[in-house]
Design a protein around this ligand. Sequence first.
Ligand code: UDP
Length: 354
Amino acid sequence: MMKILTVLGARPQFIKAAAFSRVVQRSSKIEEVIVHTGQHYDQNMSDVFFEEMDIPKPKYMLQTGGKTHGAMTGQQLEKIEEILLIEKPDIVLVYGDTNSTLAGALAAVKLHIPIAHVESGLRSFNRQMPEEINRILTDQISNYLFVPSSGAKDNLLREGVNENKIFVVGDIMYDVALYYKEKMVKPSWFEALNLTKFVLCTIHRAENTDDITKLSNILKGLELSQKDIILPLHPRTVSKIKQYGLMIPSNIRVVDPIGYLEMVWLEVHSEFIVTDSGGVQKEAYFHNKLCVTLREETEWVELVNNGYNVLVGSNSDLIHSSLVNESPNKISIKDIYGNGNTAENIVKVLEMKQ
Ligand code: UDP
């Protein structure tokens, strides 16, 4: 029996784990031990996903959230190493691009434990983003690089990664989008808003929330559009807005962060999606919505190249005009990121290597 130790800690990783862990549970050749670093720890940023998406309970629950990048990554590294010495897994599996991803990979490589990286090969080519550094370093030390597209594979080849280590398996979030669309839930507060049409928006990336000018320009652009906008927002970002002395325009309805099943319902029923999230850009595509992306660049270049995603940064005029004037391209190419069987593809590769 092969033992995989999965390190996760942030919201997008719980969502990816929902697909992978479900498939692993069916495998007779693999057992999985989950370590949760506690990078995200609130009920609505963590627990809700384990409950409603049936993600197996973590065997280890660390408390490394709410710290600076260095302190968080350092503590994670130390504590994950202790666990690896006890568990002695055959493989350490990490998802995406957070501090937990890098810490898990670093702890493993120093103990000569092979690393599997899911959602490997993505690049924004913006090294100011903490996520970009986490991606590049994790990919350099990984042994199984599971990439969502041939473009991601090209990025790795350009960085000198050996082709034998790269597996084009599709995007695991497509598996999740297809599976949970059947189970989506209308938020209990939705009817009370009395909206016939709405735009769904998320804002959480540091480059936007930690910059008063960018944040105020984004709010201005959303206000100018005059569209009814639903904005699930973490209380920390709400308090940042207050701290900066910014007003939330009256066409924006701020709600607490929501569970995935409600998020899917809003994505499916929205007119457009506006976001700086990596995952939400893809979900827009999976659910046939045009995405207006509040960033200067994106890792999901295929969506921009096909006209399914427009990059507007924090430019209020561009945000305004794209919400008012864009007619969403009909999404005709459905398999840019595979066919929704990414978790199976990954498990097959790992089982074969056993
Ligand atoms: N999400 C959610 N509830 C929310 C906001 C986002 O369930 O209130 C989900 C969203 O559908 C996507 C994931 O969280 O699957 C994206 O995570 P996030 O935006 O935090 O990170 P990123 O994808 O940018 O790494």
